[in-house]
Design a binder for this molecule. Structure first.
Ligand code: A2P
Ligand code: MG
Ligand code: MG
Ligand code: MG
Length: 360
């Protein structure tokens, strides 16, 4: 299979980074109310996750040139007053790497300077030539802070095309979340098994396995629903990230009966790839520029499972332009049967919205 070595490294890196994030989220949720308003846990986990992925990929793929386009950089950590947090992150990363394989002797512990360097390996600009890893160390920081969904999202671009993607979703139940409309994580039963690892390489399909076990992976497929009345749709939990009114107008036009399933992060792409819902609607507020690390891994996980990911104009996403996606209005996902109907509903709803705005 093509990209076997890269896939092994990516799965290992994303799983280990997810373990680091889980540890921080657990401590955050157990902490008292006062420290819950403190944003530093997510900062620690964001940087820690990026350092772990950067170090693991370089170690496992040491024979290849390494380019990483990632969300975080070390500028804030190098400022005066950041020494404490920098030391916290370094300890967390060292502890995570030390526990990676108890049978393997560990390399000497990283210094704070090693940690800053590992984070800054992620400052590549990407583009149409060569290989670039693309990382969101924690996608869905708002969900992470709430104790809800988030993902470690890692993909690989080759000559501007996505060829591999891994999504680690520590809080996503292994069982389907279809019908979980607006259910928060606290209302789900504690016996529900959580933690999914989705992965895909170009031409080989999408697989899912439990995040923390050696259980065999299963091949997954997007929903085969053909009648939009039977479809359900995903959108952002956060209204500030996507226009819920526009999604609801599109869903009405299609005749969708079920209320939206609102969850954070690229866990939406993972859930779609196994058919928990049939449609994803994402319409950021005007002026917001989508970044490639928010969609690279999710896009291949869905397309290899048989789905289609386009912008609101029906154009495939172009990941070859650097850090940003150059988009028409929003991002939509559906299976092949639903996509033509969805595109028409999107076009009509946007036209209506523009007409309303111009008559005001
Ligand atoms: N104003 C915004 N509009 C759209 N997306 C945003 C906005 N601010 C942050 N994001 C990013 O949207 C993604 C999550 O959106 P959602 O959970 O709604 O799908 C994340 O990548 C998040 O960044 P981050 O990775 O820092 O959390
Ligand atoms: Mg993100
Ligand atoms: Mg992020
Ligand atoms: Mg962020």
């Amino acid at each position: 299979m093509a990209y076997e070595k890269e896939l092994d490294a990516a799965k290992k890196a994303a799983s280990l980074a997810a373990r680091l994030c889980q540890k921080v989220q657990k401590a955050l949720l157990q902490s008292d109310v006062q420290s819950k308003s403190d944003k530093s846990p997510v900062t620690v986990a964001d940087y820690g996750s990026q350092a772990v992925v950067s170090l693991l990929l370089q170690r496992e793929l040491s024979s290849e040139p390494f380019s990483l386009v990632a969300e975080e950089d070390s500028a804030d950590l190098r400022k005066d007053g950041s020494q404490d947090i920098l030391e916290r992150i370094t300890k967390l990363v060292n502890d995570t790497l030390a526990n990676e394989d108890p049978l393997k002797p560990i390399d000497s512990a990283l210094s704070t300077e090693d940690l800053l360097r590992a984070i800054d390996c992620g400052t590549s600009e990407g583009g149409p030539n060569g290989r670039h890893w693309v990382l969101d160390p924690i996608d869905g920081t708002k969900g992470f802070l709430r104790g809800d969904q988030y993902a470690v999202a890692l993909g690989l671009l080759e000559e501007g095309k996505v060829v591999l993607g891994v999504l680690a979703c520590p809080n996503l139940p292994l069982a389907s979340i279809a019908g979980d409309n607006n259910k928060d994580s606290s209302s789900s039963s504690s016996s529900e098994e959580k933690g999914c690892l989705f992965y895909a390489t170009i031409g080989s399909g999408t697989y899912m396995q439990p995040l923390d076990s050696k259980t065999d992976p299963v091949k997954v497929h997007v929903s085969s629903v053909e009648n939009p009345e039977d479809a359900s749709f995903f959108e952002s939990f956060e209204g500030a990230h996507s226009l819920h009114d526009l999604s609801s107008s599109i869903a009405n036009k299609l005749g969708v009966k079920a209320p939206p399933v609102r969850i954070d992060s690229q866990a939406k792409y993972g859930a779609l790839s196994r058919g928990d819902g049939a449609i994803y609607l994402r319409f950021p507020h005007k002026g917001y520029r989508e970044k490639i690390w928010d969609h690279v891994a999710g896009a291949i996980v869905v397309t290899e499972a048989g789905g289609i990911v386009t912008d609101a104009g029906g154009k495939a996403l172009d990941f070859s332009k650097g850090k940003y996606l150059d988009l028409d209005t929003g991002i939509i996902v559906a299976n092949e049967k639903l996509m033509p109907l969805l595109l028409k509903a999107v076009r009509d709803s946007i036209a209506e919205q523009e007409k309303e705005a111009s008559s005001l």
